[in-house]
Design a protein around this ligand. Structure first.
Ligand code: NAG
Ligand code: NAG
Ligand code: NAG
Ligand code: NAG
Ligand code: NAG
Length: 352
């Protein structure tokens, strides 16, 4: 990422194509047609992201981030976005009506979320956060996505967290909170069905942090299911959160909006879950407990208290889930996905 410097911003934006995953919050529009107006979003027209230079100007002006760009469908060659008709005027942002989860809120200092109790056995000790170059300033880094360690030098994350110049993470950091383990450099990224992303690091963490992938029987005999992730806010390192979720019938996910080309969502490779409670209402500008947009890891807690990893939030879009709406998790133990993981993790793992 360091190699891609400011000069490449334009190239990067123009290369986003299927790699950028704007959130879809409106009904699909036809290319070239006006997008329905929405509060806090400029007047816009549905265009291929490469045809939309105003989006780049908005991002540069700090008025919008990649996360705020509203998608309006998937064209033949590229993702369609609601492209602002006019470039941004360079006024100060007044974001009183901003209710979008990853929106550019006023710079309210992040209030430290509730203290987490520290039980004897470190729970979720396999969770990593991912470091990105700050897409606005290009001179600092921010930790914003969640992954899980599956081998000393391999971490798994969601395709929502990789896939474009701007959005590719460059380092992995093990741990939920201070003291974190050392940052390790990512030297290779492998994609699977636009759903899972395997990050290979140039060095490895100790074996004791490797997650156990669940088996079907673990899910069936679970005590509970917990989603764990890092909350999210533009340009800030946010803390982690956990949320209990329940396994609901696959049909409950019927109305999940899917605006990213994830291949083959089905009840073998995916699980439909629903958060037991909505996430606590966070004041505007604070970190958002994002289940999907910054990825979250689905843990099974077994009756004996031990844990295993069952899935990772399916990147159906980049927006957050903060309500109790159901969402998909990609199963790590389905035959296809476990074959992918086994193939990738065996053999190549000892590369340094
Ligand atoms: C978008 O750009 C492509 C070429 O890059 C062009 O063929 C197409 O007509 C453009 N669409 C619009 C709506 O401008
Ligand atoms: C940001 O966008 C809003 C809505 O279009 C606009 O009112 C505001 O002036 C813009 N600010 C900047 C810095 O462009
Ligand atoms: C976030 O954490 C990274 C890695 O530790 C650090 O380099 C960066 O300065 C932090 N950014 C902010 C905004 O605190
Ligand atoms: C990255 O990983 C892929 C798949 O494992 C492999 O084919 C490729 O050679 C790797 N590239 C590098 C630079 O290690
Ligand atoms: C829970 O998940 C399993 C798959 O692991 C599935 O077979 C089952 O039908 C799901 N739904 C409920 C309500 O338990």
């Amino acid at each position: 990422m360091i190699r891609k410097q400011l000069g490449l911003l334009l190239t990067a934006l123009m290369t986003l194509s299927a790699g950028a995953y704007p959130k879809l919050e409106i009904s699909l529009s036809v290319e070239g047609e006006p997008c329905p107006s929405r509060p806090g979003y400029p007047e816009s027209r549905c265009l291929g992201i490469k045809n939309c230079s105003n989006v780049e100007l908005y991002i540069k002006s700090g008025n919008m981030t990649l996360y705020d760009v509203v998608g309006c469908g998937i064209g033949v060659y590229m993702e369609l976005v609601c492209c602002p008709n006019k470039p941004p005027n360079l006024q100060t942002v007044s974001s009183t009506t901003d209710s979008s989860p990853a929106g550019v809120g006023p710079m309210v200092p992040e209030s430290e979320p509730k203290q987490k109790r520290k039980p004897e056995r470190e729970p979720y000790r396999h969770v990593v956060s991912l470091q990105y170059l700050n897409a606005l300033t290009f001179d600092s880094y921010v930790m914003r996505c969640t992954g899980v360690l599956l081998k000393e030098n391999f971490a798994l994350t969601s395709a929502a967290c990789a896939g474009s110049f701007i959005a590719d993470p460059n380092h992995v950091r093990l741990g939920l909170s201070e003291p974190f383990k050392d940052l390790l450099e990512i030297d290779n990224i492998t994609y699977h069905n636009n759903d899972l992303v395997l990050l290979h690091m140039s060095h490895g963490y100790s074996r004791e942090f490797i997650a156990e992938v669940c088996k079907q029987v673990d899910v069936e005999n679970r005590l509970k299911l917990i989603a764990v992730g890092f909350s999210q806010k533009n340009e800030e390192n946010c803390s982690w959160f956990e949320r209990e979720v329940t396994n609901v019938t696959f049909d409950s996910c019927d109305r999940v909006s899917i605006n990213r080309p994830v291949r083959g969502i089905d009840n073998i490779n995916h699980i439909c879950v629903s958060p037991k409670t909505a996430s606590p209402r966070s004041p505007p500008g604070s970190c958002v407990e994002c289940l999907r947009g910054s990825a979250s890891i689905l843990y099974v807690i077994r009756p004996d208290g031990s844990d295993c990893v069952a899935g990772i939030a399916t990147p159906t879009s980049k927006s957050c889930i903060i309500t109790t709406h159901p969402l998909y998790y990609t199963s790590l133990f389905s035959p296809i996905n476990s074959r992918f993981l086994n193939d990738e993790l065996s053999g190549s793992g000892s590369r340094t």
